[in-house]
Ligand binder design. Structure first.
Ligand code: FAD
Length: 600
């Protein structure tokens, strides 16, 4: 609702923008405000300054003070440091939007792509003290008055997205919703890196960028990155949300910031006796909704009829057809009732995006983390810096509430990487530094990060207590595709070349002399495969002149069996000009890693 006291139309629009409660409403009020003030958000470098000048409204002043303070931090160098960079950010989840803000402060042209057109996640995120401090610095309280009032240290995912969306827009970030990233369009002629989108005629498809940051969430991994699977014991998470009517009776009910079985055996035993529900832990937060997240034991889910049939495979176990939705609702309801001492009055499920009771069951048995946080691709002399942030980098275990805390740390580390890229530091060093910092992420806790929140910045040294920016040496990682100093480049490439020569020696028509042209006929790739998998390819049937066939044969095997996508089409590999050396090194490195892992 707009502030009725505002008679100046731009003031009223500003109030509506600040108070907007849906993604659409934020976008519409923002564009009306810009239209009314005649400021063009596409003019991203001076947009914020112009908006400030034209919106002379006392209510906006406290916002400008906060954002100005942030923007004046020395790390951003007055927005000059990345003024030439164009950044595409995939995903308008909290981490994507938080990244976009940092990149805009560095002066970059930033476009965010989001496939959904609404923010609908009620689930509540735990915030570490530094994230609360960080968000206050971005005027979170201005946009959401209830932000972390009193001792509260959490926020719903959608509210957090709304706050960050508003800040992003004010800083000149272009946020495109309802558009899905489908892959890259490689440079050709005069054009640089672009994105393949759905719908395919979307104008953002014309945006050319040199930085790509993926914040696409746990199930999205962009091309070129590999993930490690961290398999633990079976862990089944249940989340549920109930309507919060904000009555006095509801306000009285105490939150549960996390109770685990090992710390309160009696609570869980009583729960089991009274209800038949057997849990490992439970969290209850009061926010826009009454939110519960718990880890349930399989045996009790089977006994209570939530899971119909037992399977050892977690995917099959939790498949939709194997879950009785009504029983799941009852299970979640009873657990919520018991854990709040039956004191929450008139509990009704809140609705999810599909208009259904907001209860869901997730498998946390298998968590993923990316092997690398960054890489560089190069085509036709045009380099693309790629980075991962948020769940896409490391999937969090929700009951521990690490998603945003570690997510934002990775955002800052990534912004630091883009800053170095913008400064023109040698790429190999940029990536090596990023990987060094990435090694710290999973061990980070509220206790071992610096407590001087006021000095936190994108500079890792202000946040991590013991940071070694050189723990990964540029030459250690051949996946890092860049221009290292000559001596380092030589050592990494030579090791790879030697390995290729050793494992292709003795095959007819194969002579590996380098890491690009020698691979054109496809015979060397087939020979490499044959060395490690002798029965897959009949080498005697191959002919050097049949390059497309040979390459396709090798590509198919490598993609199907080892999960390594081809770097170009078989016909490009066979006929087109020079084979790009960096791409080929990347490809061969993946093959090397895959075979070395799989052979004794
Ligand atoms: P996300 O918040 O997952 O955002 C990723 C965004 O990328 C999404 O908006 C998605 O639509 C978009 N996207 C993905 N692929 C594409 C594409 N190809 N093109 C365009 N856009 C794309 N954490 C908790 O601590 N507690 C919880 O209860 C909890 N519940 C969750 C429920 C759901 C359904 C999900 C998905 C996540 C939940 N999380 C929860 C995790 C938490 O939301 C994240 O840790 C946090 O939001 C930070 O994530 P992120 O920004 O990296 O990714």
């Amino acid at each position: 609702m707009a502030n009725q006291d505002s008679t100046n139309p731009s003031h009223a629009l500003f109030d509506q923008f600040v108070q907007a409660q849906t993604c659409k409403e934020v976008q519409c009020t923002f564009s009306e405000l810009c239209h009314h003030l005649q400021v063009d958000p596409r003019d991203y470098q001076s947009f914020y300054t112009k908006l400030k000048e034209r919106l002379n409204y006392w209510k906006a002043k406290s916002l400008w003070v906060k954002l100005d303070k942030r923007a004046q931090h020395q790390d951003y160098q007055q927005g000059e440091v990345c003024a030439k960079n164009k950044c595409l950010v995939l995903g308008a989840g909290p981490c994507g939007l938080r990244t976009a803000i940092e990149l805009a402060l560095l002066g970059a042209h930033v476009v965010v792509l989001e496939k959904r057109d609404s923010f609908s996640r009620n689930n509540v995120l735990h915030l570490w003290p530094y994230t609360i401090y960080d968000l206050r610095g971005l005027a979170a309280k201005k946009f959401y008055g209830k932000f972390c009032t009193g001792a509260l240290d959490h926020i719903s995912i959608r509210q957090l997205q709304l706050i960050l969306l508003k800040v992003s827009l004010l800083l000149g970030v272009e946020v495109q919703t309802g558009v899905e990233f489908k892959g890259f369009v490689e440079p050709s002629g005069d054009t640089g890196w672009m994105a393949k989108l759905f719908p395919d005629n979307h104008p953002a498809g014309k945006f050319q960028f040199d930085v790509f940051i993926s914040a696409g969430g746990g199930s999205f991994v962009p091309y070129g990155f590999k993930r490690k699977e961290l398999r633990g014991k079976l862990a089944i998470g249940i989340t549920c949300n109930f309507i919060n009517r904000h009555t006095a009776a509801e306000a009285q009910v105490a939150e549960i910031s996390g109770v685990a079985r090992i710390y309160n055996q009696k609570f869980f035993q009583d729960l089991l006796t009274e209800t038949g529900i057997d849990l490992e832990n439970i969290v209850y937060y009061k926010d826009d909704t009454h939110y519960f997240v718990m880890t349930a034991k399989k045996k009790s889910l089977l006994k209570m009829g939530v899971i119909k049939q037992d399977f050892s495979d977690a995917g099959k176990l939790l498949a939709r057809v194997n879950v009785d939705q009504e029983a799941l609702l009852r299970y979640a309801y009873d657990a919520a009732q018991f854990s709040t001492g039956h004191c929450l009055p008139d509990m009704q499920f809140a609705q999810n995006h599909a208009g259904q009771p907001d209860v869901a069951m997730f498998d946390f048995t298998c968590m993923h983390r990316a092997e690398n946080a960054s890489l560089v691709r190069e085509r036709k002399g045009k380099k693309l810096l790629m980075g991962l942030v948020g769940d896409c980098l490391v999937e969090p275990f929700w009951p521990l509430g690490t998603g945003i805390a570690r997510g934002f740390l990775a955002v800052f580390d990534t912004a630091w990487m883009v800053r170095s890229w913008g400064k023109g530091r040698p790429h190999m060093e940029v990536l090596a530094e990023r990987e060094s910092i990435y090694q710290l992420l999973s061990q980070t806790t509220p206790e071992n990060t610096s407590k001087k929140y006021s000095t936190f910045s994108i500079d890792p040294a202000t946040r991590y207590q013991h940071v070694n920016l050189n723990s990964v040496k540029a030459f250690q990682n051949t996946l890092i595709l860049a221009d290292p100093p000559r001596s380092r480049k030589a050592s990494a490439f030579e090791v790879l070349l030697k390995w290729c020569q050793q494992h292709t020696a003795g095959y007819d028509g194969v002579k590996v002399k380098d890491l690009n042209q020698s691979w054109r006929s496809g015979l060397a790739l087939c020979a490499l495969i044959n060395t490690f998998r002798p029965c897959v390819i009949d080498m005697s049937s191959l002919e050097e002149s049949n390059a497309v066939y040979n390459n396709q044969l090798a590509f198919n095997f490598l993609e199907r069996e080892l999960g390594i996508p081809p770097i170009m089409s078989a016909s490009d590999m066979s006929f087109k000009g020079q084979i790009d050396k960096l791409s080929m090194v990347h490809y061969l490195t993946q093959i090397h890693d895959a075979f070395n892992e799989r052979t004794p």
